[in-house]
Design a protein around this ligand. Structure first.
Ligand code: NAD
Ligand code: UD2
Length: 311
């Protein structure tokens, strides 16, 4: 049994990770400011510190006596980073450096850190599929800050001897993804709207493609990353390798929910990437199990959401 810190553990991906760590009998501590995360996403057995990941005192308290840290806290929205450049930067990059800096304190003997990066680091690179050694050319503050996390992780590993593993999540979906904000992930918004018989908004022509990955598979990658740390800083894509257009997604979701979607077209969003399809080959060295297909994952997600909407 080990003790793990999960920053952002009350959020969508973090709460699934906490659940899995607890199933493996680990002690779990969460640092979260509850800005988008919720206390009731995690069990009462999880130790929660409510605080800011960019506050060195909070992070110092949270990292006491841990065997490893999963750093997931972030303002996870491209569009918010367009509207609040400096505010999102404070959490998304300063927060990560605060975590690495604390992990490197001499009294801690090098806390290993697995952290969330994003497909947004590839920006408008059009060479599909995107491989870990493809050019990174972010076009939003969110993508630039995630790339900054990777550069500082490299410093943490090379200079301060902290084992780090960065995971470039593509578009993650699954139960507990919050649909309530306009910044939420497209799948959570579309399911919520379909079940409430409201039209789906398609930004732009809807031909933009995304590589959707189910949250359970993301947790597999996080655990495998922590379990196979090396002295060299490593980075892996977390993706399925399959592109789906937003219009195709609307159609598949309509079939899954059993309601034909009404579509409303709106102007393309600033900073919206057209193509994002990853190559999952390198992550195979993490020895992961079978992946969840988009249709299976959507069915699991709709089955989770439907009873709450019906109530
Ligand atoms: P989320 O918003 O559900 O979770 C983020 C959590 O971080 C929330 O619980 C929030 O309250 C917390 N948080 C935000 N700012 C904080 C701060 N200053 N201090 C402490 N806690 C703070 O988002 P998510 O989808 O679960 O994303 C988790 C991580 O994965 C993020 O780093 C995100 O950038 C990354 N990511 C997500 C996706 C995706 O498709 N969801 C894709 C790529 C990368
Ligand atoms: C980005 C990152 C992803 C992750 C996420 C953080 C890329 C390619 N992906 O996701 O890895 O970091 O940010 O949460 O950089 N859309 C609609 N209608 C809606 C909502 C969205 O058409 O109601 C479109 C949107 O314009 C975009 C696509 O759906 O083309 C996906 O949008 P998203 O907000 O779910 O995620 P995205 O790709 O910005």
């Amino acid at each position: 049994m080990a003790t793990f810190l999960v920053t952002g553990g009350c959020g969508f991906i973090g709460s699934h990770l906490c659940e899995r760590l607890e199933q493996q009998d680990h002690h779990v501590r969460v640092l979260d400011d509850l800005s988008t995360g919720r206390r009731d996403n995690i069990s009462d057995d999880v130790e929660l510190i409510v605080g800011d990941v960019a506050d060195p005192d909070c992070v110092a308290r949270a990292m006491d006596n841990v065997d490893g840290c999963f750093h997931l806290a972030a303002i996870a929205s491209v569009r918010r980073s367009v509207e609040d450049w400096l505010g999102t930067h404070e959490t998304n990059l300063t927060g990560a450096i605060t975590v690495f800096n604390e992990a490197a304190r001499p009294n801690r003997s090098g806390v290993p850190v697995v952290y969330a990066s994003s497909a947004a680091v590839y920006g408008d690179n059009q060479e599909m599929p995107l491989r870990e050694n493809s050019a990174t050319q972010p076009i939003t503050a969110y993508g630039a800050d995630k790339l900054g996390c990777e550069l500082h992780a490299r410093v943490a590993s090379r200079v301060h001897r902290i084992p780090t593993c960065g995971l470039r999540f593509f578009n993650v979906f699954g139960p507990r993804q919050d649909p309530s904000s306009p910044y939420s992930g497209v799948i959570s918004i579309f399911i919520d709207r379909l079940l409430n018989r409201r039209p789906l908004t398609i930004f732009g022509h809807g031909g933009q493609q995304r590589d959707f990955v189910f949250v359970g598979d993301v947790v597999d990658h996080l655990l495998a990353g922590m379990g196979s740390m090396t002295a060299e800083p490593r980075i892996f894509n977390v993706c399925g390798g399959v592109g789906t257009t937003i219009l195709e997604l609307a159609g598949i979701l309509g079939e899954t929910v059993g309601i034909a979607p009404a579509l409303h077209f709106a102007p393309a969003q600033t900073g919206d990437i057209q193509l994002s399809i990853g190559d999952p080959a390198r992550a195979a060295i993490l020895n992961l199990g079978t992946r969840t297909t988009l249709r299976e994952g959507l069915r699991l997600t709709v089955d989770f959401v439907r009873p709450a909407v019906a109530a």
